[in-house]
Design a binder for this molecule. Sequence first.
Ligand code: NAP
Ligand code: F7E
Length: 334
Amino acid sequence: MKTALITGISGQDGSYLAEHLLDLGYRVVGMMRRSATPSTGRFAAIEDKIELVAGDLLDQSSLMRVISDCQPDEVYNLAAQSFVHSSFTEPIHTGEVTGLGVTRILEALRICAPKARFYQASSSEMFGDVFETPQTEATPFHPRSPYGVAKVYGHWATINYRESYDMYACSGILFNHESPRRGLEFVTRKITDHVAAIACGEKDGIALGNLDARRDWGFAGDYIKAMHLMLQQDTPEDYVISTNETHSVREFCEIAFGRVGLDYNDFVSIDPRFYRPAEVELLLGDFSKAKEKLGWEPEVTFAGLVEMMVDSDLKRRLDAGAEIKRGKLPESLA
Ligand code: NAP
Ligand code: F7E
């Protein structure tokens, strides 16, 4: 039985990856930082099947202890301060966790488990003000946020450990991926949760920022499978994981509100507080390398993703006794 250590187990991707690895027969160890209110909700359904250990990307000694104790075959470094907007207000913290945290865990691996295979959660935010479209593994980086800058550092740290110490270390350059487990502050989940609340009469509208930003949005449940495949190859390499489609925030709103028979123009207002000091206007990833070498491709479509998220946010409310007060119930929930 192989052992996988997942940092960021309490996040969106950590929970999907843990489920996938359990299905594949892995022993799964999940690392969590101490919190006054432990965030175990996303993996509650599998909590008794995984081992939780305490550790923090800010604390080198905790990483060395965790890795020495569990002796992983594979390490998935998903932990990060991952919200781009907050990286502008907490740039130092973001650099410490999302950037330097990668070197801390690579050092712990080099010293305590050098044969373990390492996955780094790199990001399309590294492309930022894009040099070319679509973006591939060869596209130069031009990050536009402290988060993007930190991810570039972590990306190159991973390559540097691969080249310096012959470690099996690789990065997935993942484009935006979403799900019903997405944090409520990210634009997709913010929209779908508001759509459900508006339909149930709990809210009257939603304030957003830049509706014209375009993203390549996929489903998290598809993307975590690519992470695992990257660690099963003969040689460690970096891969773009995306859908090869780009859509605007406005299009996301259209489909999400349309799912409950409403027009987004009647409910969306613009609030400058949600604009960023520097914006990433367009992302579109070319996943050809992953398709050719990993046999990976996305399964959930853009419309399918939006509808899955709206339905989930609506169903949770209906199950708790709410009723549709505006628009209509999607047929799938009737
Ligand atoms: P997420 O939901 O924000 O989860 C982040 C995880 O990191 C949480 O479990 C969080 O724990 C943990 N964490 C934060 N600071 C930590 C620290 N100092 N020490 C240990 N753990 C810490 O992110 P996600 O969407 O699952 O994304 C997973 C990874 O992929 C992240 O590295 C993200 O930057 C990257 N990524 C995401 C996307 C995307 O579209 N989702 C795209 C490209 C790359 P708490 O619960 O304690 O906060
Ligand atoms: O913003 C615009 C916003 O916060 C998407 C993270 O997982 O993906 C994510 O980063 C777009 C931006 O995600 C609102 O300006 C408009 O252009 O959902 P987001 P993100 O910044 O793309 C990358 C790949 C990661 O790696 C990150 O970890 O939507 N937008 N109005 C808004 N965004 C938010 N959050 N809230 C709004 O009201």
